[in-house]
Design a protein around this ligand. Structure first.
Ligand code: ZN
Length: 384
């Protein structure tokens, strides 16, 4: 047994935990770049508590998934304002933006100097400025990961800034912040969370520690996700989804992902589709193709046994097989009214380009079996 595990320095979990952020923040800095999502008003109580703790807040609102240009502008603003601490309060977009900005405050130059794939890919040498992540959705797990995904609209791709020094100093996960989430966002982010538990569990990089998180998270999410869809005010189910999302982040940051996320980067780069929505649309089809490929080419593999276990966790039945798990996920996607990729403008002629990019995506390296181009094509064709 040999593995590595790294995560945020400190994790606060539970209803009301956002109220413990201000005292922790005042020990980390004085001038806060406060990165929020499209509804900055939701951060008003947090801002009041930070100001009560004698911190100066400089707001920075992120309306969509972060772009290279946005991070360039934000970093200039933060350096000019001498911010020494970044707090991100929002969904995955706000947290990734905050994480990237905290890195760029501490490292000279432009995001493109450090960006993977489309940038120079130089190592990020200095640890980030103090960074606190407060998720307001239950899905991305970005509060405990070491990368920030940035879009390059010019290249129509997404790529990551990545460094162990980018792990947050504090992650505060407060399920109360998710109580008011709209239904469609509850559904897509919830399925992203489930994807981020299933993919690390069957990943070629899975390790005994992440396995524990995945098993617990899949079981919790399978029970809680249909419940938060039926009743957004179900507090216990909301807490379980926040817990599952955190577990997914812990797992993916240390065990990698697979084909669903391999497609999420190019689809999200080429079309205005939110990350969670893409993962939700692709998950049942990628699972079906993976299970089929394993049955055909690696029937004795550990990955297939793991897909059987995923099915048992999802269905609650000890007799379920991998195929039952695929059916269960497809049914959940129908219940949660997950739109197909064509809803975001993806169509047949886009398939070859998406397959080509997905095959080279970093997430694809975790997939439990190397998929042939025609299998990748089949995944997108079904997801459209
Ligand atoms: Zn994801």
């Amino acid at each position: 047994m040999r593995f590595e595990f790294a995560t945020a320095t400190r994790i606060l979990f539970g209803e009301g935990s956002v109220r413990d952020v201000a005292p922790a923040a005042s020990a980390m800095g004085c001038r806060v770049l406060l990165v929020t999502g499209a509804s900055p008003g939701r951060a008003a109580p947090l801002i009041a508590s930070l100001e009560d703790a004698a911190l100066t807040c400089l707001p920075f609102a992120v309306t969509g998934e972060p772009t290279i240009q946005l991070i360039r502008e934000g970093a200039e603003y933060a350096r000019r304002e001498r911010c020494d601490l970044v707090i991100a309060f929002g969904g995955g977009s706000a947290i990734d933006a905050g994480k990237a900005l905290a890195a760029m405050i501490a490292n000279p130059g432009d995001p493109l100097d450090y960006l993977e794939v489309i940038g120079a890919g130089r190592p990020i040498v200095h640890p980030s400025a103090g960074f606190i992540a407060i998720p307001t959705t239950a899905g991305t797990g970005s509060e405990v990961t070491r990368n920030a995904v940035l879009a390059s609209p010019a290249d129509r791709v997404k790529a990551s800034l990545r460094s162990a020094g980018m792990l947050p100093r504090l992650a505060a996960i407060d399920p109360e912040l998710t109580y008011g989430l709209p239904r469609a966002i509850t559904a897509s982010t919830g399925l992203d969370a489930l994807t981020q538990l299933i993919e690390p569990y069957v990943s070629v990089r899975a390790n005994p520690m992440t396995d524990q998180f995945c098993v617990e998270g899949i079981r919790r999410a399978a029970a809680a996700l249909p419940r938060v869809w039926d009743d957004g005010g179900d507090r216990a189910a909301r807490a379980n989804m926040s817990w599952a999302s955190l577990l997914g982040g812990l797992a993916l940051a240390n065990a990698g992902l697979g084909a669903v996320h391999g497609f999420a980067a190019p689809v999200g780069g080429m079309f205005p589709a939110p990350h969670g929505a893409v993962c939700a649309a692709v998950l049942p089809h990628a699972m079906a193709i993976n299970v089929g490929a394993l049955r055909q080419r690696a029937p004795e593999s550990d990955a297939l046994r793991r897909y059987d276990e995923v099915a048992r966790l999802l269905t609650g039945s000890a007799h379920s097989t991998a195929e039952d798990g695929v059916r269960w996920i497809a049914q959940l996607c129908r219940k949660l009214e997950i739109p197909p990729l064509r809803a975001y403008g993806v169509s047949e002629p886009d398939i070859p380009g998406l397959v080509d990019k997905a095959a080279r995506a970093s997430s694809m390296k975790g997939n439990p079996i190397v998929l042939a181009p025609e299998e990748l094509r089949e995944i997108v064709a079904r997801a459209i």
